[in-house]
Design a protein around this ligand. Structure first.
Ligand SMILES: O=C(O)[C@@H](CO)OP(=O)(O)O
Ligand SMILES: [Mg+2]
Length: 426
């Protein structure tokens, strides 16, 4: 007998998946994926790092030198085709099943066969298509009815390390408007401070000092950490804020200035012990709320020592944990760090990223949802930060489209949540 009417789950069946190469904010190719159901559509763009951790899931690049200097992602695009063969007809709402199926198909530890960029593109586009098919916003689809908190934006306003052409060892100097009442106000405070910083740099270092690094932060010719910190303090004050209202976050990305034994910073060579003392001095002198990757990516012990010394500071693991539940579990066991930097492309599926976040927050870690230094206009991480109730979102300067895309999405989410919205109190 033929059953009349609509088969409900059919309406959520994945009908078509398309993938293509697009450009990221560094001008390199990256993967974009489209997922279609009969009643919805989802599109996702995959980000890419520069200061990548060696334990990250593998980003598949073509490697032939004729196209984009070997940086093409046509193999990954082709692999999305293979994935689509396997998932066509599946219910788009079965995120975890789809993610696990891709892991099985890949069969490697680090997603080397299909490529984390292929897998993540599908994973995120599936989530977006599911939300669209259900006609709910992505943050609500991922976070449920109790997703209502807006993260503190940790805005990278001054760049060094691998992200800039200056001599600052520390990669990111960020401002954190913890004293705002709303996300909207936090963005205003951040943007005002960013402009005050630009003005100060121009006056003191000349016009070219406001050229920017990969994430839109200024990249002045500086070589000393405290010079950068002093500039931030002046900007905060000139913008009319106190150091209770705006805190400072650092991402040392220390693997990049570690020579195998010691750290080269501020024209000096420091042992891990000396660097620990140095960080303690910085925290005592400036309103520093968080320090990310203070040591290289294998130094669980040095992280543990610093976390013990600076128990009021958030010590964040990025290259240390690479959003990998196994490495996070190791960190939890030995007390290395008390914050997780969550980057979806480090692990390669949304489900695993959410597992990483859950593991970290259940163990009392602060959660920072993060972009990469090369981004697209994709705003998935903005919604994800609300879905997870993250403490902070790190997505660059309050300038440049690929960064403001995320901040602006959070402004819209806050508006939509209306009186239910709550700006995170740290
Ligand atoms: O180190 C980091 O935290 C990131 C993002 O700011 O940089 P990249 O994407 O280059 O790894
Ligand atoms: Mg980092």
């Amino acid at each position: 007998m033929k059953v009349l009417g609509d088969n409900h789950s059919d309406r959520f069946a994945i009908r078509k998946i398309n993938a293509r190469e697009i450009l990221d904010s560094r001008g390199n190719p990256t993967v974009e994926v489209d997922v279609y159901t009969d009643r919805g559509f989802g599109r996702a763009g995959v980000p890419s790092g520069a200061s990548t951790g060696s334990h990250e899931a593998l980003e598949l690049r073509d490697g032939d030198s004729t196209r984009f200097n070997g940086k093409g992602v046509l193999k990954a695009v082709e692999n999305v085709g293979k994935i689509s063969q396997a998932v066509l007809g599946m219910d788009v709402r079965k995120q975890r099943e789809i993610d696990m199926l891709m892991l099985d198909m890949d069969g490697t530890e680090n997603k080397a066969s299909l490529g984390a960029n292929a897998i993540l593109g599908v994973s995120m586009a599936v989530a977006r298509a599911a939300a669209d098919s259900l006609n709910v916003p992505l943050y609500r689809y991922l976070g449920g009815s109790n997703a209502f908190s807006l993260p503190v934006p940790t805005m990278n306003v001054l760049n060094g390390g691998k992200h800039a052409g200056n001599d600052l060892a520390i990669q990111e100097f960020m401002i954190q408007p913890v004293g705002a009442e709303t996300f909207k106000e936090a963005i205003q405070m951040g943007a005002e401070t960013y402009h005050a910083l630009g003005k100060y740099l121009k006056e003191s270092y000349g016009e070219s000092s406001t050229n920017v690094g990969y994430e839109g932060g200024y990249a002045p010719k500086m070589d000393k950490t405290i010079e950068a910190l002093d500039a931030l303090m002046i900007a905060i004050e000139r913008a009319g804020y106190t150091d209770d209202e705006i805190k400072i976050g650092l991402d040392a990305a220390a693997s990049e200035f570690f020579d195998g034994e010691n750290y080269k910073i501020d024209g000096e060579v420091m042992t891990p012990e000396e660097l620990t003392t140095y960080y303690v001095e910085l925290v005592n002198s400036y309103p520093i709320l968080s320090i990310e990757d203070p040591f290289h990516e294998e130094s669980f012990e040095d992280f543990e020592n610093l976390t013990g010394e600076l128990w009021e500071t958030i010590i964040v693991g990025d290259d240390l944990f690479v959003t990998n539940p196994d490495r996070i579990a190791k960190g939890i066991a030995c007390g290395a760090a008390n914050g997780l930097l969550l980057k979806v492309n480090q692990i390669g599926t949304l489900s695993e990223a959410i597992d990483a976040a859950t593991l970290a927050t259940r163990n009392g870690f602060s959660l920072f949802v993060s972009h990469r230094s090369a981004e697209t206009e994709d705003t998935t991480i903005a919604d994800l930060s609300v879905a997870l109730g993250a403490d902070m979102i790190k997505t660059g300067a309050p300038a440049r489209g690929e960064r403001t895309a995320k901040y602006n999405q959070l402004l819209r989410i806050e508006e939509e949540l209306g009186s239910a919205a709550e700006y995170i109190r740290l």
